[in-house]
Write a protein that binds this ligand. Structure first.
Ligand SMILES: *Cc1c(COP(=O)(O)O)cnc(C)c1O
Length: 480
């Protein structure tokens, strides 16, 4: 019945999406608009980074994080869900720590009212180091050990059980310890995959959660809840890069309907919170944020109104959509050469900072911006060229045959939209050092006003040696 209205709403959302794109496309330099602001702040930061030696021959690759942009995204996420829920609805936005596992970033998000979703002892340690309170922390992971479960319940952080065996472990712990942890079950609505197979969490055979459409599984979840009054949450994370919004909404809708069924059969509001996961796709094609958290929240409101009418607390777990657009890898062009007629810029950014792009370039293309040796945007006719990394294998390319102003030694290249799942997750191929990560705050309305703060120091050669077992006092292997 509500379908026509839904479709109208969808059409309105899509019209808005299109308008946003048109505005940005028509925006010349200096015209205010989210995309133009982002680019202006980035250009300002690159100029200042070169001027002040944040990047240069001594530090040929760095990660940069736009603090103004991160704050704006955090505020927009909160506003998006505030706009579709009645005042007083408990909403926790738990940032998926795996997207950008850097403590100062978690602290910044904390100060913007965002908690943490963690999926390993390491990520929990990072969240705790950032001072994220247990009440704002959610533990998901498909392979929690008894020790991890015990620690989580002792801390009082929310835990989502992945499968029946894990729930049995939680049962045992619940008998022996009093805990304030909300406990939920992760379900897989099996709505299908998105465009990137390795990231799709809601296919029929995905490894995560209880597969709701499998024979007997849905009834098992209902019974599991009816038998355990302390099971008060359902969790589904069915979105991912490359997944259409509409499919994500279907996954959330299926989870909501299951909660309604459980509550109906329990005769009380046993499921009081629904964790809708993260997975909002990111636009890697321009500086505009599309889709926005607000568009997703409105789509949820139109399609699953009962989820947001105030009867349920809401948890979200966005990662990429909060941070991706706010990170830039900035690297020096060491050499410019040619092979087979193809110009090749040999830079210091490759597989160690852009692992996904290098190994799966078709799924993860990155925009590249070119800057001159002073850090000014480089102009000139676009020439197809390879932007190569420093690693010793042929496929170590940030971009292949990419039309850009012809790069020369001493120029800089920036790999854009790399704030999530890129430089923060170093890959130590060729023992290439983890680069420094700097946060910056820029204000294009006041030229020159750029401030930097170190987020992560660069890895030293001594650290590389020590982490490669070099600090062992005795010669372990030769003693065998
Ligand atoms: C990875 C992950 C997220 C975050 O996904 P994004 O695509 O970065 O938003 C959220 N929840 C769970 C359970 C995850 O595994």
């Amino acid at each position: 019945m509500a379908h026509d209205e839904d479709d109208d709403q969808q059409a309105r959302d899509e019209t808005q999406e299109t308008q946003v794109l048109h505005t940005a496309a028509g925006a010349g330099a200096g015209v205010a608009g989210a995309g133009a602001d982002v680019a202006a702040r980035r250009d300002q930061a690159v100029l200042a980074a070169v001027e002040r030696g944040v990047v240069g021959s001594a530090a040929p690759v760095v990660g940069l994080l736009d603090v103004v942009g991160i704050r704006a995204s955090a505020a927009a996420l909160r506003a998006a869900f505030d706009a579709v829920t009645p005042p007083g609805t408990p909403v926790l936005h738990a940032f998926a720590v795996k997207a950008t596992p850097l403590v100062p970033v978690l602290r910044l998000l904390r100060s913007a009212g965002i908690g943490a979703e963690v999926a390993s002892p390491g990520e929990l340690a990072l969240a705790r180091a950032a001072g994220i309170p247990p009440a704002d922390t959610v533990l998901d992971s498909p392979a929690k050990t008894p020790a991890e479960l015990r620690e989580a319940l002792a801390l009082g952080i929310a835990v989502n059980a992945d499968n029946p065996q894990e729930l049995a472990r939680v049962d045992a712990l619940m008998q022996s310890a009093a805990t304030g942890s909300p406990v939920g079950i992760r379900v897989n609505p099996q709505i299908g995959g998105g465009a990137i197979g390795a990231l799709s969490t809601a296919t029929a055979t995905s490894k995560f959660g209880v597969p709701l459409l499998d024979e007997g599984a849905r009834e098992w979840v209902v019974r599991a809840c009816l038998d355990r009054p302390w099971l008060t949450r359902l969790h589904a994370h069915s979105g991912s890069q490359g997944m259409p919004l509409e499919m994500m909404v279907r996954g959330v809708a299926a989870t909501y309907e299951l909660a309604e069924e459980i509550n109906e059969r329990a005769g009380r509001r046993q499921i009081d919170t629904i964790d809708i996961g993260g997975g909002l796709p990111v636009n890697f094609g321009s500086d505009d944020e599309t889709p926005t958290h607000a568009q997703y929240a409105r789509r949820l409101k139109a399609r699953v109104p009962g989820l947001l009418d105030g009867r349920y607390g809401i948890v979200t777990e966005f990662g990429r959509s909060l941070l991706a657009k706010h990170g830039t890898v900035l690297a020096r062009v060491e050499y410019a050469k040619r092979a087979g007629g193809r110009p090749i810029a040999v830079t210091h950014a490759g597989v160690q900072v852009a692992t996904r792009t290098v190994y799966a370039p078709a799924s993860w293309p990155l925009r590249i911006a070119a800057y001159d040796p002073k850090g000014r945007p480089k102009s000139g006719p676009a020439v197809g060229q390879d932007v190569a990394g420093p690693a010793c294998f042929a496929g170590d390319l940030l971009a292949e045959n990419r039309p850009l102003p012809l790069l020369e030694a001493g120029d800089y290249v920036a790999a854009l939209d790399t704030g999530a799942y890129y430089f923060a997750q170093h890959y130590s191929y060729n023992s290439l050092a983890r680069p420094a990560v700097w946060g910056f705050s820029a204000d294009p309305s006041r030229t020159g006003e750029v401030r930097f703060a170190v987020v992560r120091e660069p890895q030293t050669l001594d650290e590389i040696v020590a982490e490669a077992g070099g600090s062992a006092e005795r010669d372990a292997l030769r003693q065998l």
